[in-house]
Design a protein around this ligand. Sequence first.
Ligand code: SF4
Length: 199
Amino acid sequence: MIAQLNEAFLAAKKINPTKLAAQIRELGFHCLQCGECCRGEDNSVVVFPQEIRQILIATGLPWLEVVGPPEEGEWDKDGCFHTLEWRLKKEGESCRFYQNGRCSVYRDRPMLCRTYPFYLDNCELMCSECRGLGGKITSGEADKMAEKLIMRYLFEIQEAIALLQRYRDFERGEAKKGDRCIVHDSEGEHRIVGGALLE
Ligand code: SF4
C-alpha cells in the first residue's frame, strides 16, 4: 500500500494546475455562505494532526474539545477500540465551530473546508453536493482553488503514508462497551482512556 501511495504522490505532483483551474472554472462555484457544509448529519471533517494543532493554538481549547475519534473502527482482543484519523467535534449535527451562522476558526479552518466542495480522487476533480456549484468564479479564484486542491491532495497522501509507516497492527476481538480507544494517525497512536487523552 505504501508503494501505491508513493506512486499516487508522484502522479499528484504532475497534476497541471492550469488545467485543473480550467475544469473548476467550467464547473463554476461561488460560496453562498449558507453554512450547509458545516451543518447536518453528513458533516464530517477529517483533520490531520498539524491542522488540529493550528486550531488548538487559535482557540486555546484542549485536543479532545477540537476533535474526536470517528465511530468506525475495530476492537482488539482486550476490548480497546481502534480507529483511524480524527474528525472535528460536532455539537448536535453541526461542526462545533459553526457559531452564529459563521465559522469561528475561519482563518485556521482545515484544508477540507478551504477546498469544499471540491476534492481530488485518483488525480481527478470531484465535487461534493453544494448549492454554490455552477456559480460565477473568477480566473484568479479558480487558480487559487486549484493550487489549494493540489496541496491538500499531496498532504493527504503524505499523511496516509506516515500513518501506514507508524501503524502497529493488533489482534482483533469482540466489540465491547468500554472507555479505551486508540486513534492511529500520521504521528502513531493516540490513547484515550475514560475520555482523557493520554498520549
Ligand atoms: S471548521 Fe469552519 S468551515 Fe469547517 S466545517 Fe467547521 S464551521 Fe465549517
